[in-house]
Design a protein around this ligand. Structure first.
Ligand SMILES: NC(=O)c1ccc[n+]([C@@H]2O[C@H](COP(=O)([O-])OP(=O)(O)OC[C@H]3O[C@@H](n4cnc5c(N)ncnc54)[C@H](OP(=O)(O)O)[C@@H]3O)[C@@H](O)[C@H]2O)c1
Length: 338
């Protein structure tokens, strides 16, 4: 596993991290504690040292499982969590964005994670207006002074939000939706982040599985899976599900992506790489990305994803073909703030 520096945190993190939304056991279907722990331990064995979670994933379950993992493993991992999206009383918008509630949410995450301070605390896709007003950044600065967190960053939905956060000189990281379906960031955000030494965590890199070639037209998801109930953005930002591309269109375009990968494999040295690995490789080929954080619902997926770090880059032609595909077919299909 290769490592990269995570922006202003200065930490060396695995260039493939692990997203742990799946470990909450909600929004993606059920997952047992044992299976979740197996995914975490196998990832660590393969050199993953960066884990992204949030207080709301499975209402705290993802963080609690990470705490068990950290105890079993005896530390040595960078945990990035998030705050700001709780809706259970007394939490909720807009009080989630006050200093008092930011502190309470952070302390609860610390308790669940079993840590004395959080490596990276991120605002979790909060309203653009809150980012414009700016007090929310001061709250994280205060929590850092108080020793509750070591670094702070923001998970954002759009380029506009990313630029607002980067205007804060001490913003250490940005978490963004970045994959073959979302190439706007390649020129409009990531070079700017690199210039300001802001770490980039690339989420939803497989477009919720579409860019792993996992689905055929007509696929039906479980009613509790966000790919069923948020496919058109009815519950939260549509971009978080299939990167905002309508499912059937996404399956069709993913097939074209597969053909580009096959052509690339024929001429270069990616023989045997899976579509998921090639899609992750596309993200890693951008030197402005600090770590790509695919989610995994099975150990085999986590294993395969971690090994994308060892693949050679895609060819320049493949990058060009994928850019052309984005401009002609993908860009017009994306929905939601971007
Ligand atoms: N607002 C935010 O800040 C936000 C929003 C979304 C995500 N995130 C973070 O980003 C992480 C990654 O995003 P994501 O999980 O939404 O999307 P993703 O990484 O694009 O997709 C993950 C899904 O793709 C499938 N998959 C993964 N590896 C595979 C492989 N090797 N072969 C075939 N299929 C594979 C699995 O689907 P199955 O479950 O069907 O097996 C898995 O659940 C999350 O876990 C979370 O930590 C943050």
């Amino acid at each position: 596993m290769k490592t990269r520096v995570l922006g202003k945190t200065g930490a060396r993190v695995s260039e493939v991290g692990l997203g742990t939304w799946q470990l909450g056991g909600a929004d993606w279907g059920a997952l047992s504690d044992d299976d979740a722990l197996r995914i975490l331990h196998r990832s660590a064995d393969l050199g993953v040292n960066l884990y992204d979670t949030a207080d709301v994933y499975g209402s705290g379950r993802s963080e609690s499982i990470l705490s068990r993992f950290l105890k079993e493993k005896r530390g040595g991992a960078c945990i990035a969590t998030k705050l700001g999206r709780r809706g259970d009383a007394p939490y909720g918008w807009p009080q989630n964005f006050t200093l008092d509630f930011a502190r309470r949410q952070t302390q609860e995450s610390m308790r669940r994670l079993g840590v004395n301070s959080i490596f990276l605390q991120q605002w979790h896709c909060i309203p653009t207006d809150q980012l414009r007003r700016g007090e929310v950044f001061d709250h994280l600065r205060t929590l850092k002074k108080e020793g509750l967190i070591q670094h702070w960053g923001v998970s954002v939905e759009s380029v506009e939000e990313g630029l607002l956060c980067m205007a804060q000189d001490d913003c250490a990281t940005l978490q963004v939706i970045y994959n073959i379906f979302r190439q706007k960031l390649t020129t409009e955000l990531i070079p700017q982040a690199k210039a300001k030494n802001v770490g980039i965590l690339a989420r939803v890199p497989l477009a919720s599985g579409l860019l792993a070639g996992a689905f055929k037209p007509g696929h039906r998801f479980d009613a509790k899976d966000h790919r069923h109930y948020n496919a058109d953005g009815k519950a939260f930002n549509v971009g978080e599900t299939f990167a905002g591309v309508p499912f059937e269109k996404g399956v069709e375009i993913a097939e074209q992506v597969r053909q580009i990968f096959q052509a690339d494999q024929a001429g270069h040295s990616h023989g045997g790489a899976t579509m998921a690995q090639m899609s992750l490789r596309w993200v890693l080929d951008d030197a402005g990305v600090s770590s790509v954080i695919p989610g995994a619902s099975r150990v085999a997926q986590a294993e395969s994803n971690a090994s994308a770090s060892l693949l050679p880059p895609l060819s320049a032609e493949a990058h060009r073909w994928l850019r052309d595909l984005y401009e002609s077919r993908i860009k017009p299909a994306i929905r939601g703030p971007y």
